[in-house]
Design a protein around this ligand. Structure first.
Ligand code: PLP
Length: 371
């Protein structure tokens, strides 16, 4: 068997055709027409009025956090079990990340622990849907209402997913996506911010483009960034978006197959297949080693690597990040569930180019390692 990478995207639709169009027309920068097309079509797809395409999903979070008004000393509640981009965006805006432990079954933020973290300084909750299963949003939206908080929805792992039949990315004040090659659809590097609020949209457009002013181009009232997406990236994105339903269905089928093949192994916890608000879309297929397994995730991953099977560890908790601890954040914080997930969890090859035959091989090899 050839090596099985942890991720391989599929680029066998109209990607090449649209890229050639960029070259032939000379439109390669962010001024080109595919950028607007991607913004409009993606926003429509998730039921939002505005889309602002940016250079990556982390940049989308940076701009979104500033746009909702997070500033020095503002507290933002977020899951500890997430990617550094979430905490980094808050810290760079001058805000203070306040973390919530994970739920042991869904791996999302434990919503029962949020309200106790709200203080007079809390300004927002950053919801992050983890590994393809949405966070239970209604209770969080109720809290936001009750306490007057903004909601930033990081939907980078749930393109094509729904919560109670409404698209993920349509909740709260502002939502962000990544188009990195391991996401459901990709632009190579890229991301998008979506919102219904015209002022937030305008803020994000300005922040993305160095805060150039429409009337006095090289005079600046504020510092922004260059977070623009190129027409080349957007061309790939438009082609990918045409296939989002197909890709989402394939991810679900891959997840179901993994579950069928692994369900009888008592020493591993599998992703939750469904809740009363969503079916898992299996952005990645994660597993958690039960305590009885004498290996930790690192050793199990090494064994799979010896069999030429690519894996990735689970997220490392925000409250255990050396860079954040050095800043004096999270003194005394413990989140036992997320700490355990970080040490016992990892994910199996999950890319869209993966075949059923490869999935069967991965399952067989994993079974052997756990014997
Ligand atoms: C991938 C991801 C990001 C970051 O996106 P990049 O495009 O890699 O910067 C942010 N949040 C979550 C939840 C992600 O999975």
């Amino acid at each position: 068997m050839n090596p099985i990478p942890v991720n391989e995207p599929r680029l066998d639709g109209n990607e090449k055709k649209y890229l050639i169009e960029c070259i032939d027309t000379g439109w390669i920068s962010s001024e080109g027409p595919f950028v607007k097309q991607l913004e409009q079509e993606f926003a429509a797809r998730v039921g939002r009025k505005y889309g602002i395409a940016v250079s990556n999903g982390s940049a989308a979070l940076e701009a979104a956090v500033i746009a909702v008004g997070i500033t020095t000393g503002d507290e933002v509640i977020l899951p500890t079990f997430t990617i550094i981009s979430c905490a980094a965006a808050i810290v760079r805006a001058g805000g203070i990340p306040v973390v919530v432990d994970a739920d042991p079954i869904t791996w999302n933020m434990d919503i029962s622990q949020i309200e106790a973290k709200i203080t007079p300084r809390t300004k927002a909750i950053m919801v992050v849907h983890i590994y393809g299963l949405p966070t239970n949003l209604d209770p969080i939206l109720n809290l936001a209402n009750k306490y007057g908080l903004s909601i930033i929805e990081d939907a980078a792992e749930v393109h094509g997913q729904t919560y109670k039949n409404l698209p993920c990315g349509s909740f709260g004040d502002i939502s962000t996506f990544s188009f990195y090659p391991n996401k459901h659809i990709t632009t190579g590097e890229g991301g998008i911010i979506v919102t219904d609020d015209p002022q937030l949209a305008e803020r994000c457009q300005s922040l993305r483009n160095l805060c150039f002013q429409p009337h006095q181009r090289f005079v600046h009232e504020e510092l922004g960034w260059n977070l623009r997406m190129s027409n080349l990236q957007a061309a790939v994105g438009v082609a990918q978006l045409e296939r989002l339903d197909e890709f989402a269905a394939r991810k679900r089928a891959m997840g179901k197959l993994y579950t069928e093949l692994l369900a009888d192994i008592p020493s591993i916890q599998l992703p939750l297949a469904q809740t009363d608000y969503a079916d898992n879309i299996y952005w990645v297929y994660g597993i958690v080693l039960e305590d009885e397994v004498p290996l930790d995730a690192k050793v199990a991953m090494n064994r799979l690597a010896e069999a030429k099977i690519g894996t990735r560890p689970f997220f490392w908790c925000m409250h255990e990040q050396p860079v954040l601890l050095k800043m004096g954040l999270f003194a005394g914080v413990s989140c036992p569930v997320a700490e355990r997930l970080a040490r016992r969890g990892f994910y199996l090859p999950s890319g869209l180019a993966l075949t059923d035959q490869q999935i069967r091989h991965v399952a067989t090899m994993l079974r052997g390692i756990l014997k």
